[in-house]
Design a protein around this ligand. Sequence first.
Ligand code: BGP
Length: 467
Amino acid sequence: MSKFPKNFLWGASTSAYQVEGAINQGGKVPSIMDRFDERESYPKGITGFKVASDHYNHWKEDVAMMAEMGFKSYRFSISWPRIIKNTKGDINKEGIKFYSDLIDELLKNKIEPVVTMLHFDTPDFIEEIGGLDSHNFSKLFEHYSKVLFENFGSRVKWWLTINELNMFALAGQIIGVISEKSKATKWQIMHNLNVAQARAIRLCRKMLPEVKIGPAPNISSVYPASSKPEDYQAKLNFDQIRNWVFLDIVCRGEYSNWFKNFLKSINQEIEITNEEKEILKNSKPDFIAFNYYSTMTVADVTVEEYKKSLESKSDQQMGMIIPGVGKAVKNPNLDKTQFGWEIDPLGFKNTLKDVWDRYQLPIMITENGIGSKDVLTNDEKIHDDYRIEYYQKHISSMASAINDGVEMIGYMPWSAIDLVSTHEGISKRYGFVYVNRDEFDEKDMKRIRKDSFFWYQELIKNNGENI
Ligand code: BGP
């Protein structure tokens, strides 16, 4: 087995709205995620994002934990509504200071900041210009990007544009990112996000030619449910709609023929201006970051099944159904997490190889992990051997992909510390560090090292050699 590269970025991830809390502190203006738990569609009996892990008030302690684990990198997101106050683009100095201090503290501890510019928490003020439905969205995002590059560009060498742009567009209602006022199709929203991403990349090239920037979608290999040709066709279609459409546009600069035909087949169009076409053409990334949790298995779908699915509750990982494309089904060959997500380490290796073969750009993993109901023992320990096993298998798969020639930059699983899940509360824990709070009892927020903390510390120390 070949070794991980010398400067491999071992670390972990978080996102602002899931970890920071403090939604009314430090001059932050409201975001779409602040009140997600007040919506009818939000599952009952679980916490929202108002307090989260209170990282906003514990960040120094949290960075110290990361340093103790030996992190080489930390992937976090900057909250747009902490930085920009309104559509005029006025800057919140307190927000700049918060992230500036965080970045300095990371660098002091020799941890490379890997910064996501937008991880789901769009500011409410975007509604004043038509929200995600509007072409103006990308212009506001470009202005926000400029502020980020001006303030942090000399210290941050790795930038990620928009987290899971594909899930944003395809499963936006489930993860709460699409406003109830939105009237546009998911394809128009996807396009507006694509242009926003392209504008940020283009601007980054101009302002900071020496730094690296890339997209961060959620990518996974797709299996057909059977050897029926219709199921295989569903697999090919899903590969496109879930993965390649989103990477082709950023890596190749235009929408693929498959996608244009797909839009025709469902009688939909997206509005693209000539200026946008040009911008999309000139915004190639330096690397591809992606999030991987599991593979997907799909079958052919009938119109009746599709209509029925609209009434049922689904999940961004497991419950996808798209007319004319296919539907996600369970894979009986895979084990599942406590929350029903399938576990597929071999699929991870194959996904890495597929992405590498198709685009030949270095790859960074920005999320991977297992959500579980961790138990705190009386002597304040968390024996999360299932998490260690999950990582052991996935990191071995990654080593094997490297051995097969895939160029990898880093691995930043989800998550550095416990935080609030997109729609399953704080009880679905992912961290190496336990945060002592329950759904509605905020307790003392004490940070406690899980068994996986010590395991990962050892792994990083040996640069993954002992895997
Ligand atoms: C990804 C998101 C993260 C994160 C993760 C786990 O889709 O980028 O924000 O939450 O999935 O999902 P969940 O929180 O639903 O378990």
